[in-house]
Design a protein around this ligand. Sequence first.
Ligand SMILES: *Cc1c(COP(=O)(O)O)cnc(C)c1O
Length: 366
Amino acid sequence: MTIAPAPGAAGLRYRIDLDALVRNWRRLAGLAAPAECAAVVKADAYGIGIEAAVPALAAAGCRHFFVALPEEGRRARAAAPNAAIWVLEGFFETAAELYRQDGLRPVLGRREALAAWAAAGAGAPAALHVDTGMNRLGLDLAEAAALAGEALPRRAGISLAMSHLACADEPSHPMNATQLAGFRRVAERFPGRTRSLANSAGIHLGREFHFDLVRPGIALYGGASHPAAQSEPVVTAEAAILQVRRARAGETVGYGAAHRLVRDSRIAILAAGYADGYLRAAGAADGRPGASVVIAGRVCPLLGRVSMDLMAADVTDLPENAAAPGDWAELFGPQMPIDTVAAAAGTIAYELLTGLSRRAARDYFG
Ligand SMILES: *Cc1c(COP(=O)(O)O)cnc(C)c1O
């Protein structure tokens, strides 16, 4: 199945493996059981596409989806008519009609937001977001404790109590235990509600972090959330080789002449760049090594800065005919972990995925 590639798309393609997505979800659901496993599909399902990801996960048995914004909730609803769809950024009164029509459930983190949701009378349940130490969204512990004795949570239809871990990807970080203890205290004050704390990495922190519902995102999409995680890659990004050129030791490659060749080289010019979300920081410039791509099964380091639409890879060590115009280079996927590329660019897989190019061809299979 191919979903709406840009007309005439060429040069850059993504192969998106929905079977791998489902296998990742099933593995996480197995780890979390008897807790239920949701799916976080904010930011267009981490770039892979809500319209593709949500039906695949719903068919596998996923019944809870988390989005960031109501518009994403509308798209998730169209893809999963019977699921619970939670809007992490809360209740936007300007979009009240969307919540009503599509039965979207806001995640509420301010007393005023609970009151506004109760007053809107949308009827759908809502979640209470408690901040246990991240200092992002949610009521702090004292505010949540005060609220517990009031009628407002009931009037606002609070059926889920949740918090979010700041350091779950560092299992030994003391923040994990602090947040767990804080969340336990709050959850006790909201009996009968579904409780949810763990993101992808949190699932690996152990049973006591699972509560009733876990909320993985990145591990569904192939990011390594934890040393013990074994997510399968979901996205394979490939760029076409446009030209292969020879250059002599001492010459430079790319903008700023920021990379000087130390040997006579063959250089493959690839049809992808930072306009495609392949970060400029992944380049090899000013003496720093960069990321690598895989061509004909061999790892080929980038040379020079990443341009807007182009980048250069070192194919000197490949057999003469192994890299030719029209061949494909894997930017990330089964042969080149997305986390390795992200690390080379000083970032995380989340940023590479949510930056997936809009002009690439997308082939969905599974
Ligand atoms: C994004 C997000 C998640 C998912 O986090 P991952 O690290 O991608 O698993 C879970 N809960 C909340 C509140 C989030 O914002």
